[in-house]
Every structure is written in structure tokens, then in C-alpha cells.
Ligand binder design. Sequence first.
Ligand SMILES: [Zn+2]
Ligand SMILES: [Zn+2]
Length: 254
Amino acid sequence: MKNRKFYAERIWDLLYPRHCALCHEILTVKGAVCISGQKTAYPLICPGCKKKAVSVREPKCRKCGKPLPDVRQEYCGDCCRHRRYFDEGIGIFRYDDVMRNSMAYFKYKGRAEYAEYYGAELYCQSIHLLERWQPQLLIPVPIHRRRMAERGYNQSALLARQLSRYSHIPVNETSFRRLKNTAALKKQTPEQRRKSMYHAFSAKPGTVLPERVLIIDDIYTTGSTVNALAKLLKKYGAKRVYFLTVCIGTGEKI
Ligand SMILES: [Zn+2]
Ligand SMILES: [Zn+2]
């Protein structure tokens, strides 16, 4: 005998269908799949799409986790050339065409629900690192208030909340602000990007951070955003700054 909650949930599904975060088709409960070996209460992607998202494997940069072409290489070019204020970090998926498309829906087409899939994957694929890093606070990369008004949500904050659901690490969404609206960042060269990130963030007066903090973001490309925020976090008391992103660029030209 099905209870009232069961029927209420089915009606909810009909009214607000969930979509696969990778192919955007409507999901059915029948299609429920495990996320990295863990079962979720409802499906987040369809079974056929499971293999589409490619996780980053070794060899990767020991500082930023970027995939490297050669096993003999320890660090990527960006981490060799530029001072890093973060201590270590990884992006879990390769930023390929599948993820580029998925991220575009997540950020520009209102599919905030995809944060549930990304959040589950972030947790499952970084448990070993969370155990080693022991972060005390999650800090999503802030977005500019104009961007926030257009989009209605900060995608990095949604990711941080999902990760917090699983890891029980608290999230701080209010102490840091993005001062510059770096909308044209994608079109800039890495050098221009680095320059435009100077003083891109500010902190509320009186902010005091715990010793170990973890920055959460959607995409890591040159690392200039994460690096600029990490610099500020260290100024406000963090001794160790780590980062975790859903995607990471595969080449230095990105
Ligand atoms: Zn799908
Ligand atoms: Zn690197």
C-alpha cells in the first residue's frame, strides 16, 4: 500500500520534472543510478549518461590537479610560473564538450537543480582529500551583485551547500564580495585575466577565518580566480587554503 507521501512525491515529479544534468532529458524514478557508488534518493542523471562525464586521472599537477600530458611532469606550467596562494586543490571532471554544455545549462539556463548532481560527485570523488585536508569552512567563490541579480543564484554557493549536506562542513556565503564584474574574463588572455583579478574580492571588516578553509567553484581554468581569493583568505587568518571545483581545464591555452 503506497502512502500519501509517495503519491505527493509523484505529483511533485509531474509538476516539476527533474532533468539529467548531462543530456537534459526528463528523468524518471526508474532510471535511478548510483553516484560514484553511492545511491541517491532520486535520479540525478540517466543511466546511459553515467560514462559521459570524464573524471580527471593521473598524471595531474600536484598543486592544482590539472591533467598533465607527461607522467614525468610534477606541476603544470601555470603552477610553475606563478605564485600560488592556495595550498592544493582539484577539479573532478575534465572540462570537455559534455561538461561545457552541462555547465552552460547550470549557469545560464536556470538549471540550478544540477548542483545536486555536481555536489554528490564533488563529495564522492574527494572524500579522501577532505579527510586529509580537514577543512573547517567552505567558501564559495562570490559572484558580482549584478550577475547575481541576472541569474538569481550563485552557482558556487549552490555547490558548497550540496557539499555541506554530505560533509557537514559549514558554508560561509556572506563574508566575501566580488567587486569586479569580470564578465569578459573568458575572452581575455591568461595574462589579462590575472591582472583583472587583482583586488577582485573584498572581505567584510572583522572577518576572522579558521585555520583550514576550502574554496568551492564551478570551473578552474588558469586558476587566477581561485588564486586571487586564496590570497585574500590568507590575509584574513586562513593558514591553509584548498580548492575543489566541478570542472578543470585540460590545457594551458584555455
Ligand atoms: Zn542523460
Ligand atoms: Zn597546476
